[in-house]
Design a protein around this ligand. Structure first.
Ligand code: ATP
Ligand code: MG
Length: 360
């Protein structure tokens, strides 16, 4: 069937730091790729971060949430919450607010080197499936407030939360993904020390594994995982882990694959998905025009693919995503890459090259 006359409403939040430099590149490239497939996007912009604080006094104001409430898919730029005034956001980061409100429990972060581009581990090809709604980042549990407490000025506590329900759904996500990849899942935990929390995580993952006999299951403690990933990256396929471990592990894997600047990710519930680079706002290079836009562009392609899979009316978006990924690969293979990958292209030059590759 032909759904190409269908237009697609998609949200876009530029965010802080390098966000306003890299997110527009993703929009421009997605528009061009869509036009080549005779379809198109209607972008719905909403403020996030400093732009939102200036206008509405909050990094994720109700005005932005009202926009997102009406959407299935959006791109969220990075946020630099460390630089916000202390009283805004109610102690929650924009990421926590948005991920909690839309129950974006699965953070899928693939890390693979780009052929022809320098990488510490050229043969790495992993998918990190990071639980996104609880874990040792207790700020995701809105019921706990920030999840951190200071009974006295000299003592700070943090609450870690692992539940059977949340672990079951993230484990299913990991095993489903592995069935379509190289059929191997590594459960990453620290059950020798955090016995109850990450022990429950490990046990529930093992139970879910029984439903996927075709998938090989191994386990690693988070610290050993970091070491093994550096030493023998090609041995791993899907890594499933709790929130904090997944965040750290994905920065490690991204750098092994070349750079944090290429690490795309999708945050998904059963009905909603958000594209978001795995990296942050990179304030150290903001405004210089040299940030790598690959992560947010690749995240956009990922979210389009997610949409095509979850909604029959969006099947054309799969071809749009394929075009975007191919154009990124061709641009990088031509040696047009930003400084993080050892090149000298600016964000604009990289983007222009991707646009010209799309036209080929
Ligand atoms: P967050 O907590 O939001 O993840 P962070 O403290 O982990 O933030 P990042 O903003 O991800 O930090 O930046 C880490 C380092 O990686 C910085 O030196 C930054 O310049 C670099 N970096 C991140 N993203 C990019 C990018 N797209 N292009 C080039 N360098 C980047
Ligand atoms: Mg980070």
């Amino acid at each position: 069937h032909d759904d190409r006359s269908q237009r697609h409403r998609i949200g876009v939040l530029f965010g802080d730091g390098i966000g306003p430099e890299i997110v527009p590149a993703a929009v421009e490239i997605a528009d061009r790729a869509a036009a080549l497939e005779h379809t198109g996007f209607d972008w719905v912009e909403a403020p996030l971060g400093h732009a939102a604080i200036e206008r509405y006094g909050s990094p994720v104001p109700d005005e932005t949430l009202c926009v997102l409430d009406e959407l299935d898919v959006w791109i969220m730029g990075p946020h630099d919450s460390a630089s916000y005034p202390p009283d805004v956001g109610g102690g929650h980061t924009p990421g926590a607010i948005v991920r909690t409100r839309y129950d974006l429990y699965a953070n899928l972060r693939p890390c693979r080197a780009i052929p022809g581009v320098r990488a510490t581990a050229p043969d790495i090809d992993v998918l990190i499936v990071r639980e996104n709604s609880e874990g040792l980042y207790a700020d995701r549990n809105m019921a706990l407030g920030s999840g951190e407490f200071m009974p006295t000025p000299d003592v700070a506590l943090s609450v870690g939360v692992i539940t059977r329900a949340a672990t079951t759904r993230i484990a299913r996500e990991a095993f489903r993904a592995a069935s379509r990849r190289r059929r191997a899942v590594t459960i990453v935990h620290k059950a020798n020390v955090l016995r109850m929390t990450t022990g429950l995580f490990r046990d529930v993952c093992r139970e879910v594994a029984e439903d996927y006999p075709e998938v090989t299951v191994t386990e690693q403690h988070i610290d050993a995982m970091a070491a093994h990933l550096v030493r023998r990256p090609a041995d791993f396929d899907v890594l499933v882990t709790e929130n904090l471990f997944g965040d750290i592990l994905s920065d490690l894997a991204a750098e092994l694959a070349g750079s944090l600047g290429i690490a795309g990710s999708v945050n998904a519930s059963a009905t909603t998905a958000m594209a978001q680079a795995a990296h942050g706002a990179a304030p150290d290079i903001a405004g210089l025009g040299v940030a790598d836009p690959i992560a947010v562009i690749a995240s956009t392609a990922m979210v389009l693919r997610w949409w095509a899979e979850h909604d029959d009316r969006r099947s054309a978006l799969e071809a749009v995503a394929d075009r975007i990924d191919a154009a990124i690969a061709a641009t990088a293979a031509a040696g047009v890459v930003t400084a993080d990958l050892g090149g000298d292209a600016t964000t604009r030059q990289f983007t222009d090259h991707v646009l010209s590759e799309l036209g080929r």
